[in-house]
Design a protein around this ligand. Structure first.
Ligand code: ZN
Length: 115
């Protein structure tokens, strides 16, 4: 089975990379110090990325309240499920809250249908 990471982890990685991109873009702006307009554009773009990542972090916070905590049947550790199907944070075991999907191969489509 292909490796999937749990959805919340994925979103968190995305938010983190947005911050890095933001700082990188702002750093590029410093290189163009002699061109104030170019520098301002880079600074604004960098700032936008950082603002966007803050928004994503807020979104994670909201999503976290909707997750269901379960004990993973595979590794016996508590993990969180978001949506109908998700992946155990510890062992990448496919988990579902929907009895009709139990035993079926993990498929990302199940989530898309719900959204
Ligand atoms: Zn597990």
């Amino acid at each position: 089975m292909a490796k999937y990471s749990s959805k919340i982890n994925k979103i968190r990685t995305f938010a983190l990379s947005l911050i890095f991109i933001g700082f990188l873009v702002m750093y590029l702006g410093i290189i163009f110090k002699s061109h104030p307009i170019v520098m301002t554009i880079f600074m604004l773009l960098g700032l936008l990325c950082i603002i966007a990542s803050t928004g994503v972090y807020l979104w994670i916070g909201m999503l976290s309240t909707k997750t269901v905590q379960v004990l993973c049947p595979s590794c016996q550790k508590p993990t969180k499920i978001l949506g109908r199907v998700d992946i155990c944070m510890h062992c990448n075991e496919a988990l579902t809250l929907d009895k009709s999907l139990e035993g079926k191969t993990f498929n990302k489509k199940y989530n898309q249908r719900q959204l």
